[in-house]
Design a protein around this ligand. Structure first.
Ligand code: HSE
Length: 448
Protein backbone atom coordinates (compact mmCIF):
# COMPACT_ATOMS: atom_id res chain seq x y z
CA UNK A 1 0.00 0.00 0.00
CA UNK A 2 1.07 3.61 -0.37
CA UNK A 3 3.98 4.51 1.90
CA UNK A 4 2.60 8.04 2.10
CA UNK A 5 -0.62 6.81 3.67
CA UNK A 6 0.31 7.86 7.15
CA UNK A 7 1.36 11.33 6.08
CA UNK A 8 -1.80 11.82 4.02
CA UNK A 9 -3.74 10.91 7.13
CA UNK A 10 -1.85 13.44 9.30
CA UNK A 11 -2.08 16.11 6.63
CA UNK A 12 -5.79 15.39 6.51
CA UNK A 13 -6.01 16.20 10.16
CA UNK A 14 -4.15 19.47 9.66
CA UNK A 15 -6.85 20.44 7.19
CA UNK A 16 -9.79 19.00 8.98
CA UNK A 17 -12.75 21.19 9.74
CA UNK A 18 -15.65 20.31 11.95
CA UNK A 19 -18.89 20.60 10.02
CA UNK A 20 -21.98 20.74 12.20
CA UNK A 21 -24.32 18.14 10.72
CA UNK A 22 -27.91 19.24 10.58
CA UNK A 23 -29.39 15.76 10.32
CA UNK A 24 -27.36 13.29 12.29
CA UNK A 25 -24.75 15.32 14.16
CA UNK A 26 -21.84 13.55 12.45
CA UNK A 27 -18.44 15.11 11.95
CA UNK A 28 -16.77 15.25 8.53
CA UNK A 29 -13.03 15.44 7.92
CA UNK A 30 -11.55 17.02 4.80
CA UNK A 31 -8.56 15.71 2.86
CA UNK A 32 -5.71 17.88 1.61
CA UNK A 33 -7.24 17.82 -1.87
CA UNK A 34 -10.38 19.48 -0.52
CA UNK A 35 -12.44 16.28 -0.68
CA UNK A 36 -13.62 14.27 2.26
CA UNK A 37 -11.48 11.95 4.31
CA UNK A 38 -13.40 8.69 4.44
CA UNK A 39 -12.52 5.47 6.20
CA UNK A 40 -13.46 2.14 4.73
CA UNK A 41 -13.85 -1.23 6.43
CA UNK A 42 -13.99 -4.57 4.65
CA UNK A 43 -15.96 -7.41 6.22
CA UNK A 44 -14.76 -10.73 4.77
CA UNK A 45 -11.22 -11.14 3.39
CA UNK A 46 -11.93 -13.96 0.95
CA UNK A 47 -11.55 -13.91 -2.82
CA UNK A 48 -13.50 -10.69 -3.42
CA UNK A 49 -12.60 -8.88 -0.17
CA UNK A 50 -8.86 -9.31 -0.75
CA UNK A 51 -9.35 -8.12 -4.34
CA UNK A 52 -11.05 -4.98 -3.02
CA UNK A 53 -8.12 -4.27 -0.66
CA UNK A 54 -5.70 -4.81 -3.55
CA UNK A 55 -7.57 -2.45 -5.90
CA UNK A 56 -7.97 0.27 -3.27
CA UNK A 57 -4.19 0.21 -2.82
CA UNK A 58 -3.18 -0.23 -6.46
CA UNK A 59 -5.38 2.50 -7.89
CA UNK A 60 -5.34 4.85 -4.94
CA UNK A 61 -4.56 8.08 -6.79
CA UNK A 62 -7.03 7.33 -9.54
CA UNK A 63 -9.72 6.46 -6.98
CA UNK A 64 -9.16 9.73 -5.14
CA UNK A 65 -9.69 11.63 -8.41
CA UNK A 66 -12.84 9.65 -9.23
CA UNK A 67 -14.17 10.20 -5.72
CA UNK A 68 -14.18 13.99 -6.14
CA UNK A 69 -10.85 14.17 -4.30
CA UNK A 70 -12.03 12.13 -1.33
CA UNK A 71 -9.27 10.20 0.45
CA UNK A 72 -10.37 6.63 0.98
CA UNK A 73 -8.40 4.95 3.74
CA UNK A 74 -8.83 1.23 4.40
CA UNK A 75 -8.99 1.14 8.18
CA UNK A 76 -10.22 -2.32 9.20
CA UNK A 77 -10.55 -5.79 7.73
CA UNK A 78 -12.91 -8.06 9.62
CA UNK A 79 -12.38 -11.80 9.29
CA UNK A 80 -12.48 -14.71 11.69
CA UNK A 81 -9.39 -16.21 10.08
CA UNK A 82 -5.75 -15.22 10.68
CA UNK A 83 -3.71 -13.78 7.82
CA UNK A 84 -0.03 -13.04 7.38
CA UNK A 85 0.87 -9.50 6.43
CA UNK A 86 -1.28 -6.41 6.56
CA UNK A 87 -2.55 -4.64 3.45
CA UNK A 88 -1.21 -1.11 4.01
CA UNK A 89 -2.25 0.51 7.26
CA UNK A 90 -5.37 -1.58 7.70
CA UNK A 91 -5.84 -3.56 10.88
CA UNK A 92 -7.23 -7.08 10.93
CA UNK A 93 -9.98 -7.44 13.49
CA UNK A 94 -12.31 -10.24 14.57
CA UNK A 95 -14.84 -8.11 16.46
CA UNK A 96 -17.58 -6.51 14.33
CA UNK A 97 -18.40 -3.99 17.09
CA UNK A 98 -15.11 -2.19 16.43
CA UNK A 99 -16.40 -1.21 12.97
CA UNK A 100 -19.91 -0.50 14.19
CA UNK A 101 -18.77 1.75 17.03
CA UNK A 102 -16.10 3.66 15.12
CA UNK A 103 -17.76 6.85 13.83
CA UNK A 104 -14.78 7.46 11.54
CA UNK A 105 -15.77 4.45 9.39
CA UNK A 106 -18.25 5.82 6.88
CA UNK A 107 -18.19 3.12 4.18
CA UNK A 108 -18.40 -0.61 4.90
CA UNK A 109 -17.73 -3.27 2.26
CA UNK A 110 -19.48 -6.58 2.89
CA UNK A 111 -17.81 -9.46 1.05
CA UNK A 112 -18.48 -12.20 3.57
CA UNK A 113 -21.20 -13.91 1.56
CA UNK A 114 -24.11 -15.88 2.98
CA UNK A 115 -27.11 -14.45 4.76
CA UNK A 116 -25.96 -14.65 8.38
CA UNK A 117 -24.32 -12.78 9.95
CA UNK A 118 -23.96 -10.56 6.86
CA UNK A 119 -27.58 -9.39 7.15
CA UNK A 120 -27.32 -8.45 10.84
CA UNK A 121 -23.98 -6.68 10.31
CA UNK A 122 -25.13 -4.75 7.23
CA UNK A 123 -28.40 -3.66 8.85
CA UNK A 124 -26.52 -2.50 11.96
CA UNK A 125 -24.05 -0.52 9.83
CA UNK A 126 -26.83 1.19 7.86
CA UNK A 127 -28.70 2.03 11.07
CA UNK A 128 -25.47 3.48 12.44
CA UNK A 129 -25.37 5.85 9.45
CA UNK A 130 -22.68 4.07 7.44
CA UNK A 131 -23.03 3.43 3.71
CA UNK A 132 -22.65 -0.22 2.73
CA UNK A 133 -21.39 -1.81 -0.48
CA UNK A 134 -21.89 -5.53 -1.00
CA UNK A 135 -21.18 -8.26 -3.53
CA UNK A 136 -23.52 -10.61 -1.66
CA UNK A 137 -26.37 -11.61 -3.98
CA UNK A 138 -28.06 -13.79 -1.37
CA UNK A 139 -28.27 -10.81 0.95
CA UNK A 140 -29.69 -8.47 -1.69
CA UNK A 141 -32.09 -11.04 -3.13
CA UNK A 142 -33.51 -11.92 0.29
CA UNK A 143 -33.26 -8.61 2.16
CA UNK A 144 -32.83 -5.93 -0.50
CA UNK A 145 -36.07 -4.11 0.17
CA UNK A 146 -35.48 -3.98 3.92
CA UNK A 147 -31.86 -2.85 3.59
CA UNK A 148 -32.64 -0.23 0.95
CA UNK A 149 -35.37 1.11 3.24
CA UNK A 150 -32.95 1.26 6.19
CA UNK A 151 -30.45 3.12 3.98
CA UNK A 152 -33.18 5.53 2.88
CA UNK A 153 -34.16 6.27 6.48
CA UNK A 154 -30.56 7.02 7.46
CA UNK A 155 -29.75 9.04 4.32
CA UNK A 156 -26.90 6.67 3.42
CA UNK A 157 -26.32 4.35 0.47
CA UNK A 158 -26.66 0.62 0.04
CA UNK A 159 -25.05 -0.35 -3.27
CA UNK A 160 -24.58 -3.78 -4.84
CA UNK A 161 -23.25 -3.52 -8.40
CA UNK A 162 -21.03 -6.58 -7.79
CA UNK A 163 -23.93 -8.79 -6.76
CA UNK A 164 -24.92 -9.49 -10.39
CA UNK A 165 -22.59 -10.13 -13.32
CA UNK A 166 -19.26 -9.76 -11.46
CA UNK A 167 -17.35 -7.09 -13.36
CA UNK A 168 -20.16 -6.31 -15.82
CA UNK A 169 -21.83 -2.96 -15.17
CA UNK A 170 -25.54 -3.82 -14.99
CA UNK A 171 -27.18 -2.41 -11.84
CA UNK A 172 -26.15 1.17 -12.56
CA UNK A 173 -26.96 0.99 -16.30
CA UNK A 174 -30.44 -0.32 -15.51
CA UNK A 175 -31.12 2.27 -12.83
CA UNK A 176 -29.56 5.21 -14.69
CA UNK A 177 -28.74 4.76 -18.38
CA UNK A 178 -31.93 2.85 -19.23
CA UNK A 179 -34.10 4.90 -16.88
CA UNK A 180 -36.13 6.40 -19.74
CA UNK A 181 -37.32 2.94 -20.81
CA UNK A 182 -40.03 0.72 -19.57
CA UNK A 183 -38.14 -2.54 -19.26
CA UNK A 184 -40.38 -5.36 -20.37
CA UNK A 185 -38.08 -8.33 -20.08
CA UNK A 186 -34.64 -9.30 -18.80
CA UNK A 187 -32.81 -12.57 -19.34
CA UNK A 188 -29.30 -13.82 -19.14
CA UNK A 189 -26.52 -16.20 -18.40
CA UNK A 190 -25.98 -15.19 -14.82
CA UNK A 191 -23.74 -17.86 -13.37
CA UNK A 192 -20.12 -18.23 -14.48
CA UNK A 193 -19.55 -21.65 -12.92
CA UNK A 194 -22.43 -23.37 -14.72
CA UNK A 195 -21.63 -21.59 -17.97
CA UNK A 196 -18.04 -22.80 -17.65
CA UNK A 197 -19.24 -26.37 -17.03
CA UNK A 198 -21.70 -26.32 -19.94
CA UNK A 199 -19.06 -24.83 -22.23
CA UNK A 200 -16.62 -27.65 -21.40
CA UNK A 201 -19.39 -30.20 -21.98
CA UNK A 202 -20.34 -28.58 -25.31
CA UNK A 203 -16.88 -27.97 -26.75
CA UNK A 204 -14.70 -30.64 -25.09
CA UNK A 205 -17.24 -33.37 -24.24
CA UNK A 206 -15.83 -33.07 -20.71
CA UNK A 207 -17.68 -34.64 -17.83
CA UNK A 208 -19.72 -32.45 -15.50
CA UNK A 209 -17.55 -33.36 -12.49
CA UNK A 210 -14.22 -32.59 -14.19
CA UNK A 211 -15.47 -29.20 -15.38
CA UNK A 212 -16.85 -28.32 -11.91
CA UNK A 213 -13.49 -29.14 -10.35
CA UNK A 214 -11.70 -26.69 -12.70
CA UNK A 215 -14.28 -23.99 -11.95
CA UNK A 216 -13.74 -24.48 -8.21
CA UNK A 217 -9.95 -24.43 -8.58
CA UNK A 218 -10.27 -21.09 -10.40
CA UNK A 219 -12.35 -19.55 -7.60
CA UNK A 220 -15.50 -19.11 -9.72
CA UNK A 221 -17.74 -21.42 -7.73
CA UNK A 222 -19.52 -20.53 -4.51
CA UNK A 223 -18.17 -22.04 -1.26
CA UNK A 224 -20.86 -24.65 -1.64
CA UNK A 225 -21.15 -25.29 -5.40
CA UNK A 226 -24.72 -26.54 -4.91
CA UNK A 227 -25.79 -22.90 -5.15
CA UNK A 228 -24.24 -22.71 -8.62
CA UNK A 229 -25.17 -26.05 -10.11
CA UNK A 230 -28.71 -26.13 -8.70
CA UNK A 231 -29.41 -22.63 -10.04
CA UNK A 232 -29.83 -20.82 -6.68
CA UNK A 233 -27.07 -18.31 -7.47
CA UNK A 234 -28.67 -17.46 -10.84
CA UNK A 235 -32.05 -17.26 -9.10
CA UNK A 236 -30.76 -14.68 -6.60
CA UNK A 237 -29.33 -12.63 -9.48
CA UNK A 238 -32.51 -12.66 -11.57
CA UNK A 239 -34.43 -11.66 -8.42
CA UNK A 240 -32.18 -8.62 -7.98
CA UNK A 241 -32.45 -7.67 -11.65
CA UNK A 242 -36.22 -8.15 -11.75
CA UNK A 243 -36.69 -6.12 -8.55
CA UNK A 244 -34.70 -3.29 -10.07
CA UNK A 245 -36.30 -3.48 -13.53
CA UNK A 246 -39.91 -3.85 -12.44
CA UNK A 247 -39.90 -1.87 -9.19
CA UNK A 248 -41.01 -4.47 -6.62
CA UNK A 249 -39.03 -6.99 -4.63
CA UNK A 250 -38.93 -10.44 -6.22
CA UNK A 251 -38.17 -13.01 -3.52
CA UNK A 252 -36.18 -16.14 -4.47
CA UNK A 253 -38.80 -18.48 -2.99
CA UNK A 254 -41.30 -17.30 -5.62
CA UNK A 255 -39.04 -18.09 -8.60
CA UNK A 256 -39.07 -21.61 -10.01
CA UNK A 257 -35.45 -22.75 -10.20
CA UNK A 258 -33.83 -25.71 -11.87
CA UNK A 259 -30.07 -26.33 -12.18
CA UNK A 260 -27.87 -28.15 -14.68
CA UNK A 261 -27.17 -31.39 -12.81
CA UNK A 262 -29.47 -33.46 -15.01
CA UNK A 263 -27.99 -32.26 -18.32
CA UNK A 264 -26.16 -35.05 -20.13
CA UNK A 265 -23.75 -35.12 -23.06
CA UNK A 266 -26.61 -36.72 -25.05
CA UNK A 267 -28.67 -33.55 -24.49
CA UNK A 268 -25.72 -31.42 -25.54
CA UNK A 269 -25.51 -33.44 -28.79
CA UNK A 270 -29.26 -33.18 -29.40
CA UNK A 271 -29.13 -29.41 -28.88
CA UNK A 272 -26.36 -29.24 -31.47
CA UNK A 273 -28.42 -31.32 -33.93
CA UNK A 274 -31.40 -29.00 -33.28
CA UNK A 275 -29.21 -25.97 -34.14
CA UNK A 276 -28.38 -24.53 -30.75
CA UNK A 277 -26.87 -24.97 -27.30
CA UNK A 278 -28.03 -25.53 -23.74
CA UNK A 279 -27.47 -22.62 -21.36
CA UNK A 280 -28.66 -21.92 -17.83
CA UNK A 281 -30.95 -18.92 -18.35
CA UNK A 282 -32.45 -16.67 -15.67
CA UNK A 283 -35.36 -14.66 -17.01
CA UNK A 284 -38.11 -12.32 -15.86
CA UNK A 285 -40.88 -10.64 -17.81
CA UNK A 286 -43.49 -8.02 -17.01
CA UNK A 287 -47.03 -9.20 -17.78
CA UNK A 288 -49.87 -6.91 -18.93
CA UNK A 289 -51.59 -7.15 -15.50
CA UNK A 290 -48.47 -5.75 -13.76
CA UNK A 291 -47.36 -9.08 -12.30
CA UNK A 292 -44.23 -10.81 -13.52
CA UNK A 293 -43.16 -14.26 -14.60
CA UNK A 294 -39.68 -15.35 -13.58
CA UNK A 295 -37.73 -18.57 -13.81
CA UNK A 296 -34.25 -20.10 -13.84
CA UNK A 297 -33.77 -23.23 -15.90
CA UNK A 298 -31.53 -24.86 -18.47
CA UNK A 299 -32.76 -23.74 -21.88
CA UNK A 300 -32.23 -24.64 -25.48
CA UNK A 301 -31.32 -21.45 -27.29
CA UNK A 302 -30.77 -21.17 -31.00
CA UNK A 303 -27.19 -20.62 -32.17
CA UNK A 304 -28.25 -17.29 -33.70
CA UNK A 305 -29.10 -15.95 -30.20
CA UNK A 306 -26.78 -13.33 -28.75
CA UNK A 307 -26.52 -15.54 -25.65
CA UNK A 308 -25.50 -18.72 -27.53
CA UNK A 309 -21.86 -17.76 -28.02
CA UNK A 310 -21.34 -16.59 -24.44
CA UNK A 311 -18.84 -19.17 -23.21
CA UNK A 312 -16.68 -20.13 -20.24
CA UNK A 313 -17.05 -17.98 -17.14
CA UNK A 314 -18.54 -15.10 -19.13
CA UNK A 315 -22.02 -13.80 -18.35
CA UNK A 316 -24.38 -11.89 -20.62
CA UNK A 317 -27.53 -10.06 -19.67
CA UNK A 318 -30.13 -9.03 -22.22
CA UNK A 319 -32.37 -6.12 -21.24
CA UNK A 320 -35.41 -5.48 -23.43
CA UNK A 321 -36.53 -1.85 -23.19
CA UNK A 322 -39.52 -0.31 -24.96
CA UNK A 323 -37.37 2.49 -26.37
CA UNK A 324 -33.99 0.78 -26.77
CA UNK A 325 -35.05 -2.69 -27.90
CA UNK A 326 -32.55 -5.32 -26.81
CA UNK A 327 -29.36 -4.24 -25.06
CA UNK A 328 -26.84 -6.93 -24.09
CA UNK A 329 -24.22 -6.57 -21.35
CA UNK A 330 -21.34 -9.02 -21.59
CA UNK A 331 -18.23 -9.71 -19.53
CA UNK A 332 -16.60 -11.70 -16.77
CA UNK A 333 -19.32 -12.69 -14.38
CA UNK A 334 -17.14 -14.13 -11.66
CA UNK A 335 -13.62 -14.04 -10.30
CA UNK A 336 -11.64 -11.97 -7.85
CA UNK A 337 -10.64 -8.81 -9.69
CA UNK A 338 -13.68 -8.34 -11.97
CA UNK A 339 -15.96 -8.54 -8.93
CA UNK A 340 -13.65 -6.36 -6.83
CA UNK A 341 -13.74 -3.77 -9.63
CA UNK A 342 -17.52 -3.48 -9.29
CA UNK A 343 -17.27 -3.24 -5.48
CA UNK A 344 -14.69 -0.46 -5.60
CA UNK A 345 -16.79 1.44 -8.17
CA UNK A 346 -19.61 1.41 -5.60
CA UNK A 347 -17.22 2.58 -2.86
CA UNK A 348 -16.30 5.51 -5.12
CA UNK A 349 -20.00 6.21 -5.68
CA UNK A 350 -20.59 6.21 -1.92
CA UNK A 351 -17.76 8.72 -1.53
CA UNK A 352 -19.26 10.93 -4.26
CA UNK A 353 -22.68 10.70 -2.63
CA UNK A 354 -21.52 10.97 0.95
CA UNK A 355 -24.41 12.12 3.13
CA UNK A 356 -26.61 12.11 0.05
CA UNK A 357 -28.89 9.17 -0.65
CA UNK A 358 -28.90 8.10 -4.29
CA UNK A 359 -32.43 7.69 -5.63
CA UNK A 360 -32.35 3.96 -5.98
CA UNK A 361 -34.55 1.18 -4.69
CA UNK A 362 -37.82 -0.69 -5.04
CA UNK A 363 -41.07 -1.39 -3.21
CA UNK A 364 -42.04 -4.52 -1.32
CA UNK A 365 -44.32 -7.14 -2.91
CA UNK A 366 -46.73 -9.85 -1.83
CA UNK A 367 -47.00 -13.54 -2.76
CA UNK A 368 -49.19 -12.87 -5.79
CA UNK A 369 -46.59 -10.73 -7.56
CA UNK A 370 -44.83 -13.58 -9.39
CA UNK A 371 -47.20 -15.79 -11.39
CA UNK A 372 -47.29 -19.56 -11.05
CA UNK A 373 -44.74 -21.01 -13.49
CA UNK A 374 -47.43 -23.41 -14.77
CA UNK A 375 -49.18 -20.38 -16.29
CA UNK A 376 -46.12 -19.35 -18.29
CA UNK A 377 -45.92 -20.18 -21.99
CA UNK A 378 -42.98 -22.11 -23.40
CA UNK A 379 -42.15 -25.04 -25.63
CA UNK A 380 -40.23 -28.10 -24.50
CA UNK A 381 -37.39 -30.26 -25.74
CA UNK A 382 -38.02 -33.88 -24.78
CA UNK A 383 -35.58 -36.78 -25.06
CA UNK A 384 -37.32 -40.01 -24.28
CA UNK A 385 -37.36 -43.77 -24.47
CA UNK A 386 -40.07 -45.06 -26.81
CA UNK A 387 -42.23 -47.78 -25.30
CA UNK A 388 -44.50 -48.53 -28.25
CA UNK A 389 -44.24 -48.32 -32.06
CA UNK A 390 -46.86 -45.56 -32.21
CA UNK A 391 -45.28 -43.53 -29.37
CA UNK A 392 -44.21 -40.58 -31.52
CA UNK A 393 -47.55 -40.40 -33.34
CA UNK A 394 -49.31 -40.28 -29.97
CA UNK A 395 -46.86 -37.62 -28.72
CA UNK A 396 -47.62 -35.58 -31.83
CA UNK A 397 -51.33 -35.73 -31.06
CA UNK A 398 -50.89 -34.98 -27.34
CA UNK A 399 -48.67 -31.90 -27.86
CA UNK A 400 -50.52 -30.52 -30.90
CA UNK A 401 -47.36 -30.96 -32.94
CA UNK A 402 -43.82 -32.20 -32.36
CA UNK A 403 -40.68 -31.65 -34.42
CA UNK A 404 -38.21 -34.57 -34.39
CA UNK A 405 -34.54 -33.86 -33.71
CA UNK A 406 -32.17 -36.21 -35.58
CA UNK A 407 -30.79 -38.44 -32.83
CA UNK A 408 -28.42 -41.33 -33.46
CA UNK A 409 -29.68 -44.41 -31.64
CA UNK A 410 -28.80 -47.73 -33.37
CA UNK A 411 -31.69 -49.51 -31.67
CA UNK A 412 -34.18 -46.77 -32.47
CA UNK A 413 -35.59 -46.88 -28.97
CA UNK A 414 -34.74 -43.31 -28.02
CA UNK A 415 -36.00 -40.15 -29.71
CA UNK A 416 -35.79 -36.40 -29.20
CA UNK A 417 -38.28 -33.72 -30.24
CA UNK A 418 -39.52 -30.23 -29.49
CA UNK A 419 -43.16 -29.39 -28.81
CA UNK A 420 -45.35 -26.51 -29.93
CA UNK A 421 -45.67 -23.59 -27.47
CA UNK A 422 -48.30 -23.85 -24.72
CA UNK A 423 -48.59 -23.18 -21.00
CA UNK A 424 -46.41 -25.35 -18.80
CA UNK A 425 -49.61 -26.67 -17.24
CA UNK A 426 -50.75 -28.01 -20.64
CA UNK A 427 -47.35 -29.30 -21.69
CA UNK A 428 -46.59 -31.21 -18.48
CA UNK A 429 -50.15 -32.59 -18.39
CA UNK A 430 -49.63 -33.91 -21.94
CA UNK A 431 -46.30 -35.42 -20.93
CA UNK A 432 -47.86 -37.12 -17.89
CA UNK A 433 -50.65 -38.54 -20.02
CA UNK A 434 -48.24 -40.32 -22.39
CA UNK A 435 -47.51 -43.78 -21.01
CA UNK A 436 -45.91 -44.72 -24.34
CA UNK A 437 -42.79 -42.63 -23.69
CA UNK A 438 -40.41 -42.43 -20.76
CA UNK A 439 -38.89 -38.93 -20.52
CA UNK A 440 -35.11 -38.97 -20.04
CA UNK A 441 -34.67 -35.19 -20.32
CA UNK A 442 -37.09 -32.28 -20.48
CA UNK A 443 -35.63 -28.82 -21.18
CA UNK A 444 -37.39 -25.57 -22.00
CA UNK A 445 -36.81 -23.90 -25.36
CA UNK A 446 -36.43 -20.10 -25.26
CA UNK A 447 -36.14 -17.55 -28.03
CA UNK A 448 -33.72 -14.92 -26.70
N1 HSE B 1 -20.38 -18.48 -8.21
C1 HSE B 1 -20.72 -17.34 -8.96
C2 HSE B 1 -20.65 -17.67 -10.43
C3 HSE B 1 -19.76 -16.23 -8.61
O1 HSE B 1 -20.11 -18.72 -10.77
O2 HSE B 1 -21.15 -16.91 -11.25
C4 HSE B 1 -20.19 -14.89 -9.08
O3 HSE B 1 -21.42 -14.51 -8.57
Amino acid sequence: MRPENASAFSAGYLYFRFIPRRLYGKISYYSPGGGLFLNVAIMGYGTVGSGVAELLAKHHEHIVKKSTQSELELKYILDIRDFDGLPGNAVFIKDFDIILNDPAVQIVVETMGGLHPAYEYVLACLKAGKSVVTSNKELVAEKGYELLTAAEEMNVNFLFEASVGGGIPIIRPISQCLAANEIVEIAGILNGTTNFILTRMIHDSMSFEAALKIAQDNGYAEKDPTADIEGHDACRKICILASLCFGKHVYPKSVYTEGITKITLDDVECAHAWGGVIKLIGRAKKLPDGRISAMVSPSLIHSSSQLASVDDVFNAILVRGDATGDVVFYGRGAGKMPTASAVVADVIDCAKHHERKKLFGWADSDDSYVVDRLDTVTSLYVRCALKSPDALARADAAFGEIVRIPYFDPEGSIAAFTTAAATERELFAALDSLDCIEPLSVIRVTDY
